[in-house]
Ligand binder design. Structure first.
Ligand code: BDP
Length: 681
């Protein structure tokens, strides 16, 4: 036992009017009514101590020191092991056991104790009843990161948060880092929420690095350091998105060529200075040669050349560069059917497998296109066994209703993480991401409910939980989130509340899918902001996102035999499955094939009838969800209820608009009437 005791760090106070999300005070009741011994020292132990002390002050428990504990027994012991890590718990793992009336959480490192504490919070009273056999918990993925696409200055087109639907940035205001006490308190609260879900890393600026934001790397790094200070007590490391052109833009060099010595030297020195300001800085995230961002192609160099140069600058600090694989030609000729954006990332990166430095991570979007409602898993993930990979998902609902529609994404992410690129016998995507982690584009902002739609908090929560355990059952994650955020047991009708929340969320992704673009074809959104239907919005544009609907049929032929060949980027079992419309799963049919409207799906319906049916059903399901939500008003915080009720109105309006656009479009293209005789215009 350590001689010196930890010093409690006060728990950040939620600013007035800000929703507590999954950490309302009540969830600390079981913990806060116990006698707890905390042993170990260090900043994160101090955070744990502060949490327990705060809960005890609220619920009548007590934190005791080692000396006092010797007399009377404690109910709970939170203990940092002193003798190394005999149980292999690692940096963030913990063990839990309950025997003889005492619950014990042990960890080898401080972060493990913090995660053990939040595990107890999730268990509630169950952590203090009967006996519990010893269990150990470790995160499957070491890096569990959120990327904030936040601009410091408000961008003329994208606003402050690119694809942000939750107000302004949590970190930046009026062109500066938020600095007043209240504002940093909010950042601390955010760090606390994230830690309780399992997140341990964050980027604080947009992947599209505009000029103002580029300076965060150099003369404005002090502002990043202030944010890092606010997040550190909850075990969250800060990373930065950097511009590949920084040596030119910031350093005044004539080139940013990754093989130029002066360039490498500039990065090494700049990185040294970043570490002087932020000793636990996490590393860089880079979007290069993508959608107009600068990159190594300018100098005739490869992505591996670019990534490795930055990796070398970070290596002395044990940090990593996350290099994004989202590289494609966004100025393609839409008339040329042989060019396929879905093929691009694989074509660029698979040949470079094995060329990336040990501390370079390739960050790959989970699908080959761009965060659509339904996509196959990116073939890049199965094609780079000798490269560290991170999988990128999008919590911000750019294409899934922009936080005006309730759309619980846990099942979609879980499907992707459990996908096995080599077939049944091979590893899952979650295993393949061990080297690099899970990264999500954050959906949080300075909105009082954090995520615009209060129900979108479930998506933010799920990022951390699925990163901790990629094969977790998303339904268990949803249940957990409901219990924590709505504390049903403390309401007049726990069953109605639980069932109601379940009903509006569990199937909401499939509902959304039903009333938007059909059968995996994707897009059909309004260009630019991407909200609402515009079937041909991108059809004759250079972005590479087409559906090829004509009078006879719809879909993109990505087969090897007659199409773009994309299906051939997969390992055999999937390549074969996707190759033919007769074996391709219905939900991805139009992603992989161009078929006639009369093509019969595995479901037994024709494509055209499926389109009509799902669009009518999707709207009905959204209407039903809106009714269920309205019936929960008496069981929750009125502000939270009202905000979501307002969002449901818009969701219904928009869902009907989607239904009518899509059904009318395909009725007019195909001339085939609805077999059920419903009115289509
Ligand atoms: C797309 C977004 C765009 C992002 C880009 C990216 O529309 O705003 O910059 O992805 O991931 O989905 O870099």
């Amino acid at each position: 036992m350590t001689a010196s005791a930890s010093v409690p760090v006060s728990v950040p106070a939620l600013p007035d009017g800000v929703d507590p999300a999954w950490l309302p005070p009540e969830v600390f009741r079981a913990l806060g009514s116990r006698r707890t011994l905390i042993s170990g020292t260090g900043p994160l132990v101090d955070t744990v101590h502060g949490e327990v002390a705060d809960a005890c002050a609220r619920f009548g428990g007590e934190v005791v020191t080692a000396a006092r504990a010797q007399g009377a027994p404690c109910d709970l012991e939170l203990e940092l092991e002193e003798d190394g890590d005999p149980d292999g718990l690692g940096d963030e793992g913990f063990a839990l056991v309950r025997a003889d009336g005492v619950t014990r959480v042990t960890a080898a490192r401080q972060a493990g104790l913090l995660y053990g504490l939040f595990h107890l919070v999730r268990l509630g009273e169950a952590a203090f009843q009967g006996e519990l056999a010893r269990e150990t918990h470790r995160p499957a993925l070491a890096l569990r990161m959120l990327n904030h696409w936040d601009n410091v200055a408000v961008h003329p087109v994208m606003g402050q948060v690119e694809r942000g639907y939750s107000g302004g940035s949590l970190f930046w205001r009026d062109g500066l880092a938020r600095g007043s006490r209240d504002e940093l308190e909010r950042v601390r609260c955010y760090g606390r929420l994230l830690a309780a879900s399992g997140i341990n890393a964050i980027t604080v600026n947009n992947v599209n690095v505009h000029e103002t934001e580029a300076h965060l790397l150099t003369d404005r790094v002090g502002e990043v350091a202030a944010i890092a200070d606010a997040l550190r007590p909850y075990g969250i490391r800060t990373h930065l998105c950097v511009s590949f052109a920084s040596p030119v833009v910031l350093g005044g060099l004539p080139t940013a060529d990754p093989l130029d010595e002066a360039v490498a030297g500039w990065w090494a020195e700049t990185t040294r200075q970043v570490y002087a300001a932020i000793p636990d800085f996490g590393g860089y995230v880079v979007k290069a040669d993508s959608e107009g961002q600068p990159g190594p192609f300018t100098y005739g160099r490869s992505h591996a050349d670019g990534a490795n140069m930055l990796a070398a600058a970070l290596a002395p600090y044990g940090a990593t560069v996350h290099w994004r694989a989202f590289v494609y030609n966004h100025r393609q000729d839409w008339r040329d059917r042989s060019v396929d954006r879905a093929c691009a990332a694989y074509d660029h990166f698979a040949p470079q497998d094995g060329e990336f430095a040990p501390n370079a991570v390739l960050q790959v979007k989970h699908g080959p296109m761009d965060f659509q409602t339904r996509e196959p898993v990116s073939p890049v993930i199965g094609a780079m066994p000798n490269t560290r990979l991170a999988v990128e998902i999008q919590a911000t609902q750019e294409y899934t209703g922009q936080q005006r529609h309730a759309c619980w994404l846990g099942p979609m992410w879980s499907d992707a993480l459990r996908f096995r690129p080599e077939g049944d016998e091979g590893p899952g995507v979650g295993d393949l991401a061990r080297g690099g982690g899970l990264v999500a584009v954050s959906n949080a902002g300075d909105d009082p409910f954090w995520t615009g739609h209060p129900l979108a908090q479930a998506n933010l929560y799920a990022v951390g939980r699925l990163a901790w355990q990629p094969d977790a059952d998303p339904r268990a994650v949803l249940r957990e989130w409901i219990e924590l955020s709505f504390t049903p047991d403390r309401t007049a009708d726990p069953a109605r509340l639980r069932d109601g929340l379940w009903a509006v969320l569990d199937g909401s992704w499939r509902t959304y899918e039903k009333y938007t673009a059909p059968l995996g074809v994707g897009f059909m959104v309004q260009p630019g902001h991407h909200y609402g239907p515009s079937v041909d919005g991108y059809e004759y544009s250079p972005w590479g996102t087409y559906h090829f609907a004509d009078r006879d049929g719809v879909g993109v032929d990505r087969s090897r035999a007659t199409g773009t060949g994309f299906a051939g980027q997969y390992a055999k079992p999937w390549a074969e499955l996707y190759e033919s419309p007769s074996t391709c799963p219905d939900e991805l049919l139009l992603f992989f094939h161009h078929v006639p409207y009369g093509h019969v799906l595995h479901s037994g319906e024709t494509v055209i009838q499926h389109i009509y049916d799902t669009h009518f059903e999707g709207v009905q399901e959204a209407e039903e969800a809106g009714r269920v939500w309205a019936g929960l008003a008496d069981l929750m915080n009125p502000a939270r209820h009202a905000r979501a009720a307002e969002r449901y109105e818009e969701q219904l309006r928009s869902a009907r608009e989607w239904r009518d656009h899509i059904n009318t479009y395909f009725f007019r293209k195909s001339g085939i009437p609805d077999a059920r005789g419903r009115r289509i215009y």
